[in-house]
Design a protein. Structure first.
Length: 97
């Protein structure tokens, strides 16, 4: 948090937390449901019709600070990214208190 970085990894959603395991261990991330302020989905728009869909998380860092974290679905699998990201957003809402 606090840096602009891009990396590849696995997003794991548990019943009360979210864990991102990066291919680079220095980018691993773990958030409790209480730290997730707001999840939202973005995607193609009138200004950017070929824009890539993403799940945006606003996460608390404590002390009144927050960071935005963005996840994209794996485009190499040939699945509908929008559907995958909608499922991720729904699951994140389930783990929030």
């Amino acid at each position: 948090m606090g840096k602009i970085e891009t990396c590849v990894g696995q997003l794991l959603l548990r019943k009360d937390s979210l864990v991102f395991r990066s291919s680079r261990s220095d980018h691993n991330l773990s958030l409790t449901g209480k730290q997730i302020i707001e999840p939202r989905m973005s995607g193609p728009s009138a200004k950017n019709p070929i824009g890539r869909g993403a799940v945006h998380l606003l996460a608390s860092q404590g002390g009144g600070r927050s960071s935005e974290i963005i996840f994209h679905a794996d485009r190499d699998r040939g699945k509908n990214d929008k559907d995958e990201e909608a499922i991720i957003e729904d699951l994140i809402n389930v783990i929030r208190p």
